[in-house]
Design a protein around this ligand. Structure first.
Ligand code: GLN
Length: 485
């Protein structure tokens, strides 16, 4: 059961080959058996999952099922879930039970999906390796000596290990695409504003966007159908006609043009990853798409600009964790100042503190113009680069990451090395564009690589079409790791 796609699972549920309760139990059993080692979950919501599955079975019997009804999934622990711990991977929120569901959670529940639990993540979604979680590191199911990527490492690992067929993630600078690439699964970061951020704990509000992780592009389209849509409770949620993101999947790629930015193929790119990506370009060409070499000249400024803007916004967003309203509070504070100081010192981990310090610095009087304002100008230049490129091409293709998964500890003492994991992903967030990562075969070390496709704003349907067609031509997305471990 666990190797089937969402579309195949839905067909089996409709034909009563198995029930949602049976399927949910199967996932819970796999989690029990395998997750002690992988650590991809922070919370398992067994009882509520079985109740949701029973309700889904009733809905199927009543003929009221949608395409996702009865299918188990997991939420990144950044999405608020009423009555169930939402920790954001932090000691700061280790006691936080939200009184409401995030809009994404509500929408997936309305579609009839069954939430089996909350997945592990880097603390407050800051990281590229899942080594900053208060709940311990997540192991990559492809090789458990290696990181799964971050910050959505728990969701990517859980889907890769087929503990669940789908999961949610958030992507501020690459956190859906990078772990999807490193674990060998498919992940989509929608256009900024497409998916509601309400109830999604804020890291960097102008960059954060929720999206799905699943086995293949068709599954991503089905999930996006349920997740996307205007939400009056999110001021940056975009008002658009509802659309069916599966509608273009069957269309071939003849006449389409894909741009290959020369800036993606520089020294930092591992040669065996580059070889896989070149092979993927050949697949796209065989499908009838035309390759066009392009340039995104300001790409090299994306990491510095991102690592000014994201910390600036995080320093402001994380000011609310003061030990008073919610979250961790230190024991026996002497006075208010001591309460703030010790609650924050105890509640946040090192990387989060580093970002708050950097963010406060770049926003401070005298440095604001030199850093923050300049980074915002660079952001505009990067958007312009993409806009010009999209005058020539329908989508952009390249690697998701410069390298495959790395070993635990390999980059954790060098923040800059860690930040460079995002060299191909952050520009997309700065420009607010949709992008996805697809399995593109194994690199020289046997670990998965990811092909990144980037689209015009709100062009997810076409991006998913290209992705689906690529997966009709390739089998990398069916390369499931050998488990039990
Ligand atoms: N790795 C990047 C960071 O640490 C991106 C994280 C994310 O997308 N949430 O900020």
């Amino acid at each position: 059961m666990h190797t089937l796609s969402l579309a195949a699972l839905a067909a089996c549920l409709a034909k009563r080959e198995f029930s949602s309760v049976e399927l949910t139990r199967h996932c819970l059993d796999r989690i029990d058996r395998l997750d002690g080692h992988l650590n991809s979950f922070i919370t398992i919501s067994r009882d509520s999952a079985l109740a949701q599955a029973a309700a889904a079975d009733q809905r199927i019997r009543d003929g009221r099922a949608g395409p996702l009804t009865g299918i188990p999934y997991a939420n990144k622990d950044i999405f608020c879930t009423a009555g169930i711990l939402t920790s954001c991977g932090s000691k700061m929120l280790a006691n936080f039970i939200a009184p409401y569901d995030a809009t994404v959670v509500t929408r997936l529940a309305e579609a009839g999906m069954v939430m089996v639990g909350k997945t592990n993540m880097d603390e407050f979604a800051m990281g590229s390796s899942n080594e900053t979680s208060h709940y311990g590191t997540v192991r990559n199911p492809r090789n458990t000596e290696y990181v799964p990527g971050g910050s959505t490492g728990g969701s990517a690992a859980a889907v890769a290990a087929r503990l669940v067929p789908a999961a949610t993630g958030t992507d501020t600078g690459g956190s859906i695409r990078q772990p999807a690439a490193l674990c060998g699964v498919s992940g989509l970061k929608p256009t900024y504003g497409r998916v509601s951020r309400w109830g999604m704990i804020a890291y960097a509000s102008s960059l954060d966007q929720g999206g799905p992780i699943a086995g293949d592009a068709e599954d991503l389209a089905l999930l996006l159908n349920a997740m996307a849509g205007h939400d009056p409770r999110d001021g940056t949620s975009v008002r658009r006609e509802d659309e069916d993101f599966t509608r273009l999947l069957a269309g071939d790629l003849r006449g389409m043009r894909f741009g290959v930015p020369r800036e993606f193929f520089t020294d930092g790119l591992d040669a065996s990853v580059a070889a896989r990506i070149e092979a993927a370009f050949a697949d796209l060409t065989r499908l009838g798409a035309e390759r066009v070499d392009i340039s995104l000249p300001n790409m090299r400024h994306a990491i510095p600009a991102y690592y000014v803007i994201a910390p600036a916004e995080c320093s402001s967003n994380l000011a609310r964790y003061d030990g008073v309203r919610f979250g961790h509070r230190c024991a026996a504070p002497r006075d208010l100042e001591d309460l703030y100081r010790r609650s924050r010192a105890e509640g946040f981990g090192t990387e989060v503190k580093r970002r708050i310090l950097v963010g406060t610095y770049v926003l401070s009087h005298g440095y604001y113009d030199a850093y923050y304002l300049r980074a915002q100008r660079v952001r505009r230049l990067i958007s312009e680069d993409f806009r010009r490129a999209f005058e020539q091409v329908d989508f952009i293709a390249g690697p998701t990451t410069p390298d495959t998964a790395f070993r635990f500890g390999e980059k954790s003492s060098d923040p800059v090395a860690m930040y460079l994991c995002d060299v191909y992903t952050t520009a997309v967030n700065l420009a607010g564009l949709p992008a996805l990562s697809l399995p593109a075969g194994r690199a020289g070390n046997g670990l998965p690589t990811g092909l990144q496709l980037i689209g015009r704003p709100f062009d997810e349907a076409r991006l998913l079409q290209a992705a689906h067609q690529f997966q009709q031509q390739t089998t990398w997305h069916r390369d499931v790791p050998q488990l039990p471990l």
